[in-house]
Design a protein around this ligand. Sequence first.
Ligand SMILES: NC(=O)C1=CN([C@@H]2O[C@H](COP(=O)(O)OP(=O)(O)OC[C@H]3O[C@@H](n4cnc5c(N)ncnc54)[C@H](OP(=O)(O)O)[C@@H]3O)[C@@H](O)[C@H]2O)[C@H](O)CC1
Ligand SMILES: [K+]
Length: 517
Amino acid sequence: MISAWSAADVRAAEEPLLVAGVPLMERASFALATVVAGDLRARRRSVRGAGVALLVGAGNNGGDALHAGAVLAGRGAAVTAVLTSERFHAGGRAALTRAGGRVVELFVAPDRLGAVVRDVAASDGVLDGLVGIGARGPLRGPAADLVTALRRAAGETGAAPWVVAVDVPSGIGVDDGAVAGPVLPADRTVTFGCAKPGLLLPPAALLAGEVSAVDLGLGLEGAPAVRRLEAADVARSWPVPGPADHKYTRGVVGVVAGTATYPGAAVLTATAAVRAGAGMVRYRGSGDVGRVVVGARPEVVAAPGRVQSWVVGPGVPAGPEAADAGADDGQHERGRAGLAAAAGRLAGTAGGPVPAVVDAGGLDLLDDRVPPWFVLTPHAGELTTLLRSRGEDVRREDVDAEPLRWARRAHELTGATVLLKGGVTVVVGPGGAYAQADGPGWLATAGAGDVLAGVLGAMLAARSAEVVEHPARAAEVAAAAALVHGRAAHGTNPGGPVAALDVADAVPREIAGLLSS
Ligand SMILES: NC(=O)C1=CN([C@@H]2O[C@H](COP(=O)(O)OP(=O)(O)OC[C@H]3O[C@@H](n4cnc5c(N)ncnc54)[C@H](OP(=O)(O)O)[C@@H]3O)[C@@H](O)[C@H]2O)[C@H](O)CC1
Ligand SMILES: [K+]
């Protein structure tokens, strides 16, 4: 698991070590230099003779870059530091010049910007040390001008130098992943002490490249701001059945999905639930659709009975007008019954409340407040509609710009655990937030959300009592489902297009792979 702490938490953890005289900057910059040297050797066979450009800001982030540059200069690299502020880390500058590095004071010679950009663009490696966790707002001043010019040059030439972000790509929202101004996209980020939320959260996470953390021995306490599950975490907690298990201990999933006009979503959701290891899948939608589902998946039972999770909404049209026009095929009413059972409000429901996955048209069926073991799975457009229906003045582009903020707002407003689908899937529940980036861009295809809903329904059914008793687990299970779903998509056709049903079919192999690794 990758855990990310806020800038304030990192500073608090650094403080006692700094007071005790622990050389954090030396540790950080040496580790940074080691990573950059490895990249240079991989890309041009040696450090000696490599052209390295340091983009240096006013604070200790620039100090890290300068000290790392001094180490690289000591190994024969031709290092040039571009200072963007009259304030800079004097010790780092002195170390660099002692090691033979050059310094360009851009802040006193803005007319040299064009020449500086050409030199930086032609370098073998660029260290972005403009600003780190001390950033306030988007990049400004000469630092912003330099990044804007470098991005423009890369756009014009179609070529960009290898960029290593120091601690974070300069100018991202360190704690929320916002990108409110110019940011130099990094091929790699070397972050110090621990990951920061902005390295895991979109849109900033999409600019960080490969993230590696340098252990500085920080004593980070309290819950991380954002977590990212990795394959080993999901494998470790997978409920592998034993000889005493039966379908009800494995988890039975109740599905209300699709309509007579759009039965495909029901097939995708039911198939995914079956393939993700459900003990059984009960299709509880309309009869016509049930026949199509059972025809596609003979394991599915289209009959009432006890379930350990519900999946309501995939392929069901949203909006009251759908029900009024009869276009919902009666699914709204069936979906409400399923959600009432999941909430434990349906008299005579065997076994009490169970987790629920609420997707697409199911989002219209929610009460004002729902239990935290309800996992909503909107995409940004559906989340915007949900938030606006509850009085928030928000547009789709606001949700895209700050997914964590708006997923958290939906959690606060509804009480549900919220999984916001996207290039990076953000999950917010009572126990915190997750950001998963497991799937390829090819997963943005029709039916992928129906498959995720089925995988999640099966995983919740297998952990039903535990999730109801400890609702914070719902977010972790949802993040795990996103990991399985994304990795199954990669496994379907590495590097190429994927079809939703093929992703569902790849789930068993992906789960087996997780458990055997
Ligand atoms: N604590 C330690 O010893 C260690 C820190 N590490 C590294 O240090 C940075 C944090 O360093 P800090 O000096 O606190 O802050 P930064 O270098 O990140 O930036 C602050 C300076 O940057 C200017 N600034 C702030 N926001 C912007 C912006 N949007 N655009 C341009 N410039 C900005 C700010 O100027 P002001 O006028 O606002 O004062 C500051 O001068 C951390 O990220 C690590 O890289 C070590 O790694 C570990 C030890
Ligand atoms: K930086």
